[in-house]
Design a protein around this ligand. Structure first.
Ligand code: INI
Length: 158
């Protein structure tokens, strides 16, 4: 629609404050997601002291922690990182489902963007693919989604 007002967030981390909450479970994958998120933060000009990283036991603990961080009013966005592998657990549906639903509820309740950077995959191979260094690292993509949303919300105002 030509002439319509367009509001878009930029990939800009300068002046932003972001919290990352990362599960320790499956850390051989989550550590790479976290690295991807931190690299993206720095690439977009974020200052080290404006990025908080919180570690929690597993994906199940991500929603309550993300909600607490979001409700603090200190962060423009929260990024949740984790990895749930279907083959690895009979609890897949519970852990992955509660995690996704809880993160969305936390965002809706606090009106702070909470980004879903949780891999929910069938196999370890799929997880490794999505956590590889560089392009396609889901942690990096999650951080970029956080920056875009922080920009959109800054424009929308309170
Ligand atoms: N947590 C994960 O982050 N990923 C998993 O695949 C997983 N599995 O396999 O169960 C998992 N479980 C732990 C869970 O998130 C909680 O930390 C635990 O149940 C304590 O509340």
């Amino acid at each position: 629609m030509s002439g319509a007002r367009l509001l878009e967030g930029q990939l800009e981390a300068r002046g932003r404050k972001v919290a990352v909450v990362a599960a320790r479970f499956n850390d051989f994958i989550v550590a790479s997601l976290l690295k991807g998120a931190q690299t993206a933060w720095a690439r977009h000009g974020g200052a080290l002291e404006d990025l908080l990283v919180v570690r929690v036991p597993g994906a199940f603990e991500l929603p309550v922690t993300a909600r607490k961080l979001a409700a603090s009013g200190r962060y423009d966005a929260v990024v949740a990182l984790g990895c749930v592998i279907r083959g690895g657990t009979p609890h897949f549906e519970y852990v992955a489902g509660e995690c996704a639903g809880g993160l969305q509820r936390a965002a809706l309740e606090t009106l702070v963007p909470i980004i879903f950077g949780v891999l929910t995959v069938e196999t370890v191979e799929q997880a490794i693919e999505r956590a590889a260094t560089g392009e396609g690292n889901k942690g990096g993509e999650a951080m970029e989604a956080a920056l875009e949303m922080a920009g959109v919300f800054a424009e929308l105002g309170s």
